[in-house]
Design a protein around this ligand. Structure first.
Ligand code: NAP
Length: 320
């Protein structure tokens, strides 16, 4: 029963964007306050702070210690996403607030977009589209030749669930795999490198599938990009915070790396305007998990985690 001591539904703050049909399901289960992530301190939220027992939010939304402190009866933050770097885990752990996420259900879609970005970037697919639409095929003839992934090495920073699925897809396209994690895995045949610079120096395409947050802030800096080199490509389907964005813009502008495929950015939805005129970068609006099927599964899992908690059961995906 997702009801409070007075027999009513538990009050949950739902921070959008979350699909409308998931919001509808949440409304059936909880006493819902719905806000956008830009207005999470709206008057309706501020007037109900002591009633809020749960939060449902996209993994990239910010629920920091300052916000949690405002809600004296907060018990659980259910992240709609596998990343939960938007929530202050230290504060939550200290104050007995559970944090949950939605692993597994999004792994395939995110790996698919990662592989799509590798192909789009190396094969110039978005550039090709622009070339046709601008009438350049007719006027200038065939466009410049592109690069095959076959025979190239994919270096994966963060060989976890998504990284492994990306590796499988890349192998189908004839790529070899290497990786860097904090710990070497004993269950994969791929060569391990002890840091991001060493991996970047050894691979042709560097793909990021590690978590965001303080531990990986600017992990991919100017030194890593220099090691990747003028023939190297960067693919980021992790978090914008993992990359020193100024260093990346400089490397793409100066062609000190060959190109990049980016789904995530440091200050979303703001993307550095310096990237817009560049032909060697493919840009996506943080949409790796954004299929109807996957977002539905993520939404249902988010609600299931909240419902389990309020029914007195351990949430299935508790990470804190
Ligand atoms: P996972 O299974 O936990 O894998 C994470 C991997 O990163 C692990 O292999 C881990 O190995 C490694 N790692 C963790 N901290 C690290 C560090 N400080 N330095 C280097 N490697 C580190 O997670 P997942 O389900 O694959 O998801 C990975 C990330 O993808 C999420 O956290 C999220 O940020 C991102 N993501 C993005 C989208 C999108 O829309 N673009 C969608 C879903 C997920 P060790 O513990 O051995 O270091």
């Amino acid at each position: 029963m997702n009801s409070d001591a007075r027999g009513g539904k538990q009050c949950v703050l739902l921070i959008e964007p979350i699909p409308s049909w998931i919001v509808d399901r949440a409304r059936e289960e909880f006493d819902l306050i719905v806000v956008s992530h830009e207005s999470d301190r709206s008057p309706e939220v501020m007037e109900n702070l002591d009633r809020i027992r749960g939060i449902a939010m996209p993994g990239f939304a910010k629920v920091d210690a300052e916000m949690m402190k405002l809600m004296p009866n907060l018990e659980i933050v259910a992240c709609f996403g596998v990343g939960y770097d938007g929530a202050d885990t230290a504060y939550a752990a200290e104050h007995g607030i559970a944090i949950t996420n939605t692993p597994e259900v999004l792994t395939d879609c995110v790996a698919d977009l990662g592989m799509g970005l590798i192909l789009a970037t190396l094969r110039g697919m978005v550039d090709g589209d622009r070339y046709v639409r601008a009438g350049r095929w007719v006027n200038e003839g065939i466009m410049d030749l592109t690069n095959s992934p076959r025979g190239r090495c994919l270096g994966i920073v963060g060989l976890g669930r998504i990284g492994l699925e990306l590796a499988k897809r890349a192998e189908v396209f004839g790529m070899t795999i290497a990786y860097y994690n904090r710990s070497e895995r004993d269950d994969v045949p791929y060569p391990y490198y002890p840091n991001a610079v060493a991996l970047a120096g050894a691979c042709d395409v560097l793909a990021l599938t590690c978590p965001g947050g303080e531990a990986t802030q600017n992990l991919i800096n100017g030194d890593v990009l220099a090691a990747l080199g003028a023939k190297g490509y960067l693919i980021n389907i992790a978090r914008g915070s993992v990359v020193d964005e100024a260093a990346l813009v400089a490397a793409l502008s100066d062609n000190t790396i060959a190109g990049a495929g980016l789904d995530v950015f440091a200050d979303e939805p703001n993307v550095p305007e310096a990237l817009f005129p560049l032909g060697n970068v493919v840009l996506q609006p943080h949409q790796a998990s954004a299929t109807i099927e996957t977002r539905t599964a993520m939404g249902n899992l988010t609600i299931d985690n909240l419902a389990a908690h309020f029914a007195g059961r351990p949430p299935p995906n508790q990470v804190v």
